[in-house]
Write a protein that binds this ligand. Sequence first.
Ligand SMILES: [Zn+2]
Length: 106
Amino acid sequence: MDEGLVSVDKFSGGSQAYFLTHLHQDHTRGLGAAAGWRHGPLYCSPVTARLLPTRFPGVDASLIRPIAAGASASLSLTSPISGRTVSLHVTALPAIHCPGTPPAPN
Ligand SMILES: [Zn+2]
């Protein structure tokens, strides 16, 4: 995929869409920018969307796009290299990672 389209757990800018897998500190670099954060739409789980404004009050809440586990979102981006439209279809999966998440059935 071209540079400048999406960033995952990296929020320093330069992308058109951002994905936050969860709120652990090593996944949120750049979200606490003193001047606020408004680089683009930020996709995350509904739980993360609820907690995000408390942890990072500088994030523009209008950019937060929760996706429930199993739900999908379609994104239309523009390649900064070719100028072409790039269509993405993403589906959120539970990572079974954060404390409090029940283990997956075997
Ligand atoms: Zn973690």
